[in-house]
Design a protein around this ligand. Sequence first.
Ligand SMILES: *Cc1c(COP(=O)(O)O)cnc(C)c1O
Length: 351
Amino acid sequence: MNLHPETSAISAGRPDAAPDASVNPPLFLSSTYHAGGPVGYGRYGNQTWSALEDAIAELEGGPTLTFSSGMAAISALFSILPVGAPVVASHEGYSGTMGLLNQLHTSGRLEVRLVDITKNDEVIAAMKGAALVWLESPTNPSLDVADLHTLISEAKKKGIGVGVDNTFATPLTQLPLSMGADVSMHSVTKFLSGHSDVVLGSLSTNDEALLKRLEEARRFNASIPGPFEAWLALRGIRTFPIRFRAAESNAKELVKRLSEHPKITKVRYPGFGAVISFEVDGPVEDVQKVCESSRVIIHATSLGGVESLWERRRRWAGESISVPERLIRLSVGCEHVEDLWSDIDQALAVL
Ligand SMILES: *Cc1c(COP(=O)(O)O)cnc(C)c1O
């Protein structure tokens, strides 16, 4: 049966029905298994991971592997590329990914070609001879959006692999595998888990051979999820669609109000999702003070939780210098929108 994501988020990854079978998958804590089964050892598999992987697979539309973090998932994919393989990626994106790409390029492990992913011509020109196109869309924290349909079909015409970081859009907004991408990746840490208490990642793919190589990478690099984290993430996924919709509806209202605020010079919002980046007028120290003056919104990094978080991204030394100093990234949560607005309004009053 083809279920809506609101339903599969709730029904996927449950044990088979039988009298007194548990409704929820139990937390499996075992490093080893009786001989003769398909799992065998705790670095190769775990029933709690499998339950979570089944749920993400339903949402993303492809078999899924979970990893110890989003970065571990990205690293696993890059690790199976040949030495010196050309990789096309956005010149701006999640700071961890940018740092990793930079390191892999400098060491000669990969040949990284950085492009403006909003410019199709530039991305397509850089594809010549590439092994992989890595598309983070929308980007973190600038919220640039790539034309995924065009870029994926161009890459596939040329026989190039495509991976999409689907963390910000989530499967409720875009389904990279259905657009032809080879891999859809998540920082499960963010919207899927949704409670800022777990660090996890995932890769989904419909390519059986690729799935096998990625599973091997996870096995050998040992970037495996903890069973408890997997259990928490699955519990979080049950409410992911309603949390995401509630947060998105708050975000849309806040975008309207932020756009009219005299102290805000620019609001970035892709038109969907629950992350807003905006630029504030005034000295950088004052912009920093705005983030430190909230009472409901938590001054912290990360995103995708039920609780609203914000921060000035450039407070991190690792953030790209092309991200404006006065840019605040706001991850909108599920609080009442009027409480969020009152909080933003009073925090901006420090300016
Ligand atoms: C957070 C994030 C990551 C990294 O995920 P971790 O779970 O922190 O390792 C990758 N991509 C994007 C877009 C992110 O926001």
